[in-house]
Every structure is written in C-alpha cells, then in structure tokens.
Write a protein that binds this ligand. Sequence first.
Ligand code: ZN
Length: 162
Amino acid sequence: MSEKRPNFIVDAMLGNLAKKLRILGYDSKYFSSIEDDKLIAIAKNEKRIILTKDEQLTKISEKQSVVSVLIRGNDELEQIAQINAKIKLDQFVMDTNNSRCIVCNGILQSIEKYRIIGKVPEGILEREEKFWMCDSCKKIYWEGTHFAKLQEFVNKLNNRLQ
Ligand SMILES: [Zn+2]
C-alpha cells in the first residue's frame, strides 16, 4: 500500500460513503453530527481531506488551506469518482487485510480461528477460514457472501475511473 494514500474526514450525511472508503482501506473519520469549525480543525491537525455535501463548508475550509471535496448525489460509485476527480486515488483493490473497521475506522488484524470460538455463530466458523478483528472495537470480520458484491463494486469503480 502506498504511503501517500489520503486520509479523509467525512461529514454528516455521508455515512455510507465513509463505510465504503473504510472497506477500501482509506482512513476515514466520520461524525454523524459535528460543528463545521471542529471538523475543519481535525482536518487541519490530522491532515485529512474533508468530504462534505455542504458547499459553504468547502468554501470556509479552502480559505483555511484545508482541502475539501464537495460531494453530490447519493450514488457511492459516483461519489468516489468525484473524490478521484480532485484527488487522484490508486487503483482500487478489495483486500480485507487493508480494510478498516466500518464501525469505528480501526485497523483490522488477522486473527486465528480458534481465538474467536464462541464469538461468532458456529455456521460461520465452519464455513469461513479467514477472520479479522478490529484492534479498536473488537468487531470480528469475515469475507462471507457480501464479499462478491464488494468485489463487483470495486471492479465497477476501477472501470469507471479508468
Ligand atoms: Zn472497530
């Protein structure tokens, strides 16, 4: 993974976009409710790019030399294309080892199956081989059936951004 990957701070109303970016491995802080000046302060301190639907906020942040991207519409594929138009993103790869926790943006660590016995449903334990745990909120992840859907999203995204 490239060291120069951008980190984001995602404004309210863009929770689904934040989740997608986390799955794709982008460090993305999200607040369902936050004041503009706080959001800008975090972006400044942590060198994060602001993603928002609020045009006013993009204007204020640009004045303070904080990079922001104005997001329009509700389609996540188009939203990521809008980010890419301003900040060139790498080719997307679906790799759970690089994913972030969709709940808290924590880092996922690969975890041995025997260590999570009793913590996930038995059927899942039987069916899946690889598991990850969020190092922050301890949520357990496996690739499961949704993985194919995500892979399809990533393929579409790469085609869209070519
Ligand atoms: Zn977490």
